[in-house]
Design a protein. Sequence first.
Length: 198
Amino acid sequence: MPIKLKKFLINLIPVKSVRKKLRQKYQHEFLYLPQYPEQKICRGAMLHSPEQMLLGKNVYIGKGVEIFAEGGVSIGDNTAVSRNNTILTTNHHYHGAQGLPFDNIGIKQQVTIGKNVWLGTDCIILSGVRIDDGAIVAAGSVVTKSVPECAIVGGNPAKIIGWRDKSEYQRLEQSGSYYQHGSPIEWITVEGYKKYLE
């Protein structure tokens, strides 16, 4: 149902407290979770074991994101988790297992994502990975190992493909210049194409 129609129908309800609850639940594009009132968590995101999650300020979690937080997930301030990402914190025991393809032992391992990190669309973050502050993970990447500060990684498995300018990163952080998720974007057009693969 379109948001305008939802708004119209909700406004017909005479009880103010009921209208407020329905607006929080249905009218907005973001979920309202009492434990994370300031975060932008899009509708359609699936958070398994949210009590095992720790979110910083101004965190954005896009549509279709699925976070399996059984082993613990920490996401730092101003981090953007784009749509359709998967974050895993569990694995099966197979090395020295008592059965095939694995046994009944489950392994939990925390995922830590630092502040000011950008995870592009359709990434998979595996258990036991740490992504340090200011890193960028390119769309479609599978992150199997930890990512250093200000690294740009991509691929399957993800490898370092570049670096953020650390002095620029530090200048922006010190000045408190953070994108407020949900605010309008001013689009610019870039002419030409990227260079050929080598």
